[in-house]
Design a protein around this ligand. Sequence first.
Ligand code: AMO
Length: 430
Amino acid sequence: MERTRIAKIVPGTDVRISGFVENLRNKRTMAFIVIRDISGKIQVTLVKEEHPELAEIVDQITLDSVVTIEGKAVANDYVKLGGIEILPEKIIIESIADALPIAPDSAIDSRLDYRWVDLRTEKNTLIFKLQTEMTSAFRDYLLAHDFLEFHSPKIIGAASESGAEVFKLSYFDGDAYLAQSPQFYKQMAMAAGFERVFECAPVFRAEKSYTRKHATEFTGFDLEFSYINDFTDVMALEEDMLTYMLQRVHDKFNDDIVRLYGEEYAVVVPTRPFPIMTVAQIYDEIEKRYGYTVPESEKGDLTTDAEHLSYKLAKELYGHEFMFVVGYDGAKRPFYHMRKDGVPQGFDLIWRGTEITSGSQREHRYKELCANAAEKGLGKDVQFYTEFFRYGCPPHGGFGLGLDRLTMLFLGITIKEAEFVFRGPDRLNP
Ligand code: AMO
């Protein structure tokens, strides 16, 4: 007999199910076992007198053991779980579980030590169901807009963002680095005439940050496209893509999110256009409204506190969860951003008070790009990259979206919980 997923069980049929033992009440005359698979839970009801051989098997079962059960699915209004139960004819123990080392309310680091056990709950599997819907919505959107999905190398010969935050590894007789971004390769694809590309892949940052939003390895959703007029085209595409994704997540998962994470995380499908403010305007407003004064040295960039306050501001001024931020100081932005009158032609996008994206129009003119690099003291290191712009390259722009950040903001969790397996300065296992 073929296995049926629990959510697909129809009363009145013979079924074979497999899953973890979620709950077990082993009484003198009856046994009630709740079985859980990824799709749902169901009760198995054993009348011991009718099947003494099965009663002996049930005596051996522990919580979280994996079992396969064959029997008849019957409707029963007294059964709380969906009004269906299974009357077993066969029980196979696939794997016996020891007592679990953690509980859902254990400290996060213990939970991460036993991440595979931690992930068994409905609440935690929702994180990854949601992530699947997000990436498939992005893919569907971009494929419908003529993007190619490409895969850029993660072992590279030079730093791709900033030299300070790069992991160095030994590579035969020399050194190599783990890619901090597909940035240079997205742009290489523009020079190759691909016009529109995206990638969903690991990104590595050697940052010793212990915050709720930093990881040393995360998943980047990156894209780049050609023949833009200016960076507002890039913002418009991101706005459209995110709205499409949020609508899909809303339609499929809003009820589950509210039930498992709370009403405050209800999915809000945004109105368009998203609000846009300059860094200076945000500082002005949050000083006036909330008494926040930015330290002089941080003025051209948003501090983490200002980022949080910008959420309050976006809600007060625009009734919105998103805020595009523009007008950063050139000194605070990467050399590959195009500049107009010294102002970088780029933006960050903040959602619920946390940065989820950086993007810009890129400098595609060889001479100007080399000058920008030289100004930042980058010469030889980025020569392989500046070469991409010597033999013709369309004007282009793009952005990078942190998938783990998006996930954590959806559910109000930290990045440690939003990643399947978190990587941070003190965590390399499991
Ligand atoms: P940036 O460095 O801002 O831009 O990264 C893009 C997005 O990636 C996410 N992110 C992180 N997520 C978890 N842990 C981290 N340590 C971390 N660092 C960044 C954030 C961020 O907005 N090349 C540019 C993108 C571009 O211009 O296309 C870049 O990498 O969500």
